[in-house]
Write a protein that binds this ligand. Sequence first.
Ligand SMILES: [Cu+2]
Length: 373
Amino acid sequence: MTVFLIIVVVALFAITVWQLSKIYQLSRDTKSIDSSEIASDKDNKTQGNLMLAFGVAFYLFMLYNFWSFSDRALPAASSEHGAQWDNLLLISVALIMIVQVITQGLLHYFAFKYKGRKGKKALFFADNDKLEFVWTIIPVIVLSGLIIYGLFTWSDIMDIEEEEDPLVIELYAKQFSWHARYAGEDNVLGKANVRFIEGANTMGVDISDSYAFDDKVTAEIHLPVNRPVVFKMRSQDVLHSAYFPHFRAQMNVVPGMITQFGFTPTQTTDEIRDTEYMRDKIARIKDIRREENERLRGAGEETLGEYEEFDYYLLCNKICGVAHYNMQMKVVVETEEEFNEWIGEQQEFIETVKQLRDEEGVAGGEEVAQVED
Ligand SMILES: [Cu+2]
């Protein structure tokens, strides 16, 4: 790689020297200019037509992409703030599109219309205050509007109101998996630090902190619908990013600090499975799988399993290493009763503490027993 870069740098340097020497030569002797290097009317016409053709092709390609890939877009948000986020994105993209279509369109059209012609001179004027005012003030107003709107939306989304009694869950990231820790009955997470990682205590929870005893470490995230949830995120090793696409939530997970993001899920897993969008999508995935399986069977290779149903997922959205793509955790949004039933079945961290103390043979049993009462 380094050798390749050195070769590229040397080559670029050689080209620069060659070009410079050419310019030097041209500037010294105007009579020596080869007339084949000066654009003729025919060249200009070709270039002008190409510019117009490229502009048209560009927009046709854009329309084609909208047409054929719009069904790949995410479905309506499954969280309370998601609609706000979608609106912000839609308005930003719409504005960018309008400006883009106008400016790019004019660029190509003008390049075609005002192509060079023999004897034709460009109009020269040094400056135009009115024009400069217009092209400065319009972007200023539009961008300020967008930024202020974005800031309000951001603070609305990031503001977690404690009085809404959010469910507290820790997300613990490491190469290449997620773990979740529910704060338990007291809804307060026990302290944790990577230095405490030992045996079954894979998340480094402080086993001397009594707040940790009722915490529950789980392999899936279950969320009761319509209840605010706050995720407190820690990383064991490198930078990860907790990404819940269907809830429009994403936050970096940074080693050495706790980051957080809160949202309120508004649609249960069962409800989203029952939407038209999801039924179409699943049918499409099943079709692709069926074709692929037929191909694999024909080639005598092992087939893929049957695709079952849609599930929400927590993904990692930072390229954190070789198995980054596989860093995911299932998220189930369910009714409060279903959630209570599920969380009731999860093991409390006190069990892990007991196990660790048994293994160590440390005389900590009494203290643990007290906390249990
Ligand atoms: Cu990751």
